[in-house]
Design a binder for this molecule. Sequence first.
Ligand SMILES: Nc1ncnc2c1ncn2[C@@H]1O[C@H](COP(=O)(O)OP(=O)(O)O)[C@@H](O)[C@H]1O
Ligand SMILES: [Mg+2]
Length: 327
Amino acid sequence: MEASPATIRLCETTGLGSRSCADHHSPHPQHYSQTGHQGKIWHDEVTNVTVELLIEKLKPENEKRVEPASQGEPMGPFKIRAEKLNAWFGQNHVLKDISIGFRENEVTAIIGPSGCGKSTLIRCLNRMHELVPGARTSGSVFLDGAEIYSKHVDAVQVRRTVGMVFQKPNPFPTMSVYDNVAAGLKLNGMRNQRKLDEAVLNSLKKAALWDEVKDDLDKSGVSLSGGQQQRLCIARALAVEPKVILMDEPCSALDPIATAKIEELIASLKEQYTVVIVTHNMQQAARVSDRTAFLYLGQVIEYGETTHLFENPAQELTERYVTGKFG
Ligand SMILES: Nc1ncnc2c1ncn2[C@@H]1O[C@H](COP(=O)(O)OP(=O)(O)O)[C@@H](O)[C@H]1O
Ligand SMILES: [Mg+2]
C-alpha cells in the first residue's frame, strides 16, 4: 500500500513508524480491528518479523567498538548515549561530534538558542532524523549498549523503544481517545481485547489523564483540550513500553496550568523511564531536570547537574546564555 505524503508526515511525527501507518487516514480508522481492509495492516507479518529480528540483534557486543566519551561526562550507567554523533541536512552540518549520555530515572534538559540543533539531536536518538530527505548522520547511538544505527536494527522498533512527544500535540485526528493509545499496540499485532484495555488504562493512568477521560474513551482524541491532547500523546508513547521518552518543547503550545501538569507528569515519568526534554524555557529546565546540556552551533558547550549549570556554569558562553545575554 502506498502512503500519501500526508500520511507519511503524520506517521513521522508520531514515531509509530511509517511502514504500517497508511490506514490512520482511512475513512473509519476507529473500526480497524474489525475490518478486513485494515486487518491487513494490523496483521502485517513484516512488522512482526522485524520486531523479532530487532530483539535478536540488539546485543551488547556492538559496544566493543566504542571509544571513551569525550565531552565532560565520564562513562557511566547511561541508558542511551551518543558517541561522536554528526548530523547533516544536505550540506548543512548541524551536529558536530556530539558525545553525550542520558541516565535512567533522570530528566535531562537540552537548552540552547533556536537553530543550535536541539531537535536534531533528539531526533537522532530515535532515528527520526533520517526520515527527512537528504538528512544523514555519522557516529553512534547506543541504547542499553547496543548500536541503534546498526544495519541489523529496525528503525521503526527503535522509534517505539525511544518514544517522542512533540511541540504541538498530534493525536491521530480520526481516532478516539482509546484508539489513539491502542494504535501502536495494534500495529505490534496485539489483538487480545482484555490486554488492550489493560494497556490503555495503564498508559492513561501513567500519563495522568485517566481520571479526566475514563468516561470519554470513545470521544475523538482531538476533542480534548490542548494539555489533555499532549498527555494523550504521552499515553500513546507509553503504551508501546518505551525505555526512553524524548520530548521536544512539549509545553510550548500550552497554557501555564496545562504546562504545570505536564511538568508534574515528567517528574513522575522519570521513576520508570529515561526522559530527555528540549526546552527553550530555562525556568522549566531548572524545575524539571536533573541534568542540563547547553548546545550551541551543533556542539555541547557544557553538560552537568542542572543546579550547577545554572548557578555556577564552567563556560562563559553558558553563563551568558543562562543569564539571557543572548539567544
Ligand atoms: N527539516 C529540515 N530541513 C533542513 N534543515 C533543517 C530542517 N530542520 C532543521 N534544519 C536546520 O538544522 C539546524 C538545526 O535545527 P534544529 O535542530 O531544529 O534546531 P533547534 O531545535 O535547536 O531550534 C538549523 O540550521 C535548521 O535550519
Ligand atoms: Mg527545535
